[in-house]
Design a protein around this ligand. Structure first.
Ligand SMILES: Cc1cc2nc3c(=O)[nH]c(=O)nc-3n(C[C@H](O)[C@H](O)[C@H](O)COP(=O)(O)OP(=O)(O)OC[C@H]3O[C@@H](n4cnc5c(N)ncnc54)[C@H](O)[C@@H]3O)c2cc1C
Length: 453
């Protein structure tokens, strides 16, 4: 007899529940992929094996929801929802990000200007905690529900989620506006965000900054009638097209994962901006999760280091960071970044707004009605400075502007600075309640271990 996806989920849940009773020490997750930067240890050999929690349980076309297991990737989910003319309200841009991972780590997309952050689209979840598997939503076990987003697996692991979907069309029309002044550019982003609330012609808004005098607003609108359809999974590169095309059309699937083929612009490090090499590499290997695995392998074994040094390659520092800066201070942050950190690799610039300005999450600030700009940078920077120099500068600026940074990357803050970003008291209470034997790691220790000596 074949089990329905729901029954299969219950069977796996029961089995993990039994396994959990025998675990006395630390609980960690075992999964196939990751998008964590920094030198953190990946728990691949030991840990709770949650890899089988990778199925879509049910897509409810009437309620506009998807019930999924925690390790379903957005690639699988977007494929399945598009077949029903729907997409996740917030779908991160890298294919291997899992729904549970985005929930535990805060997901953002070019639809965040209207629908808020990924965790605001979660209606219910089952979480493996130190007190067993707990179902929570805005009414039931709500202390855990509101403390979980941004907890990065320190309160438990989400194995089932019900998330919101929105109607979509087959294609996205992309229109770009160029600016040469950061204040005018930011003000345009703010205006578009306001004009498209709670509804409006635009479905997606984000931007790219190529330097002090070259920046683009990128507007996306669903359409079923494209005039032509581009693709950036072969010879052409998406981020480069932003500088040359004012209008473009992509399938909705390609639009969502537009940065995956070139891992934003990091495929350059693998020689993939060289036409000849690019033509030789199979499309199936041009994916962020493949680059990620190569990067981790190289970080561990340093095979190419001697060759790189022989050819005179400079030492680099990986800066992969996202911060939410209030729109009025965003130009100052960008100017600082271009002057002090890097001015020749693009910065992602996207408006972000809380969906429910009144919701209170322990580890995610209440932005109220403010518009925040998400400022993201993901690249290695040539350096002659001591290790961590640029990331430290970045963190200092985040603190001085009372901005809020995402925790997936390097954190160079003191415990006091770090905790000042959150409602630490509530988090600690919830942690004590659901992790009484301290089987999950501490958030600060997890985000900073191996960085702060
Ligand atoms: C280069 C780069 C680009 C990014 N771009 C985007 C983007 O476009 N949009 C966006 O929204 N985000 C983006 N992110 C952030 C990303 O969404 C988060 O890092 C997210 O946590 C990754 O999810 P994952 O499934 O890959 O989890 P992992 O990288 O495997 O794990 C991240 C952390 O979450 C914990 N975790 C994983 N799964 C679960 C679970 N089921 N329950 C509880 N905890 C769990 C792990 O213990 C770990 O601490 C980016 C990150 C990087 C490095």
């Amino acid at each position: 007899m074949t089990l329905t996806p729901k029954h299969a989920y219950f069977a796996k849940k029961n089995s993990v529940s039994k396994e959990l009773k025998n675990v006395e020490g630390q609980i960690s997750i075992k999964k196939k992929t990751s998008n964590l930067f920094g030198n953190r240890v990946l728990h691949t050999r030991d840990g709770l094996d949650l890899r089988s929690f990778n199925s879509i349980i049910f897509i409810d076309e009437k309620k506009l929801t998807a019930e999924v297991e925690g390790l379903v990737t957005y690639e699988e989910l977007v494929k399945a929802t598009l077949q029903k003319g729907l997409v996740p309200t917030i779908a991160p841009e890298l294919k291997s990000i899992t729904v549970g991972g985005a929930y535990a780590g805060v997901g953002i997309e070019s639809s965040t200007f209207r629908y808020g952050f990924m965790h605001e689209t979660v209606l219910e979840t089952d979480i493996i905690t130190g007190k067993g598997i707990i179902t929570c939503n805005a009414n039931e076990n709500k202390d855990l529900f509101f403390a979980f987003p941004n907890s990065y697996g320190t309160l438990g692991y989400a194995i089932r989620l019900v998330i919101k979907l929105i109607p979509a069309k087959k294609y996205v029309k992309i229109e770009r506006e160029r600016f040469d002044d950061i204040d005018e550019y930011t003000s345009r982003m703010g205006k578009l965000t306001k004009q498209n609330q709670p509804k409006g012609p635009l479905d997606y808004i984000d931007g790219l900054i190529f330097g002090e005098h070259e920046m683009y607003v990128i507007k996306g609108t669903f359409t079923d009638t494209p005039k032509f359809v581009s693709s950036y999974t072969g010879m052409d590169i998406y981020y480069k097209s932003v500088r040359t095309k004012t209008v473009d059309y992509l399938t909705t699937f390609e639009y969502i994962f537009r940065y995956d083929t070139d891992w934003f612009w990091n495929s350059k490090a693998f020689g993939l901006e060289n036409k000849f090499l690019r033509a030789l590499v199979p499309k199936s290997l041009m994916r962020s999760d493949v680059y990620y695995k190569i990067m981790r392998f190289e970080n561990k074994h340093k095979i190419f280091n001697p060759i790189k040094h022989f050819f005179g390659a400079k030492k680099t520092e990986q800066v992969s960071q996202d911060a939410e800066v209030v729109i009025e201070k965003a130009p100052e942050f960008v100017r600082f970044f271009l002057k002090e950190i890097c001015d020749d690799i693009p910065l992602v610039y996207a408006p972000a707004k809380a969906y429910n300005p009144k919701a209170k999450f322990a580890l995610w600030p209440n932005f109220g009605d403010e518009i925040r700009m998400n400022i993201g940078f993901y690249a290695p920077i040539p350096t002659t400075h001591p290790s961590g120099y640029f990331n430290r500068l970045y963190d200092k600026k985040v603190i001085s502007l009372s901005a809020f940074k995402m925790l997936y990357s390097d954190v160079y803050m003191t415990s006091k600075e770090f905790c000042s970003m959150f409602d630490k008291k509530t988090y600690d209470e919830v942690k004590k309640k659901y992790d009484p034997k301290k089987q999950f790691r501490d958030l600060y220790e997890k985000c900073t271990s191996r960085q702060i000596k």
